[in-house]
Unconditional design. Structure first.
Length: 94
C-alpha cells in the first residue's frame, strides 16, 4: 500500500461518511448539498486510486463520474422543486 491508496482509504469514510449522514438526515437543501459534495469526494477517491495503482485507464472512471455528478445534482434539484417527470403531463391534461 502506498501513500495514494492510504489517502483514498482515509478520504472515503472521512469524506463520504458525513455526506451520507447528512443526505439521510437533513433538510432538503442540506441533502442536495451533501449529494453534490459526495460526488466530488468520490471523484477525488477515484483519482487517488488510479494514481495509487498506476493505472491511467482508471482515470476514465473518475472523468465519467465528474461529468455525471453535477447532472445527478440537477436532476435531484428538479425533483426537489416538484418538477418530476410526470409534472408537465399532469398540467397539460388538466
Amino acid at each position: 500500500m502506498n501513500a495514494w491508496l492510504l489517502a483514498a482509504c482515509v478520504l472515503l469514510p472521512a469524506g463520504v461518511g458525513p455526506c451520507v449522514w447528512r443526505a439521510c438526515r437533513g433538510a432538503p437543501a442540506q441533502r442536495l448539498t451533501a449529494t453534490s459534495l459526495a460526488g466530488t469526494v468520490a471523484v477525488a477517491v477515484f483519482l487517488l486510486v488510479a494514481r495509487g495503482m498506476h493505472r491511467t485507464s482508471y482515470v476514465d472512471v473518475a472523468l465519467v463520474a465528474a461529468v455525471l455528478a453535477p447532472t445527478s445534482t440537477l436532476v435531484y434539484a428538479r425533483c426537489l422543486a416538484g418538477g418530476g417527470a410526470g409534472a408537465g403531463e399532469a398540467e397539460d391534461a388538466g
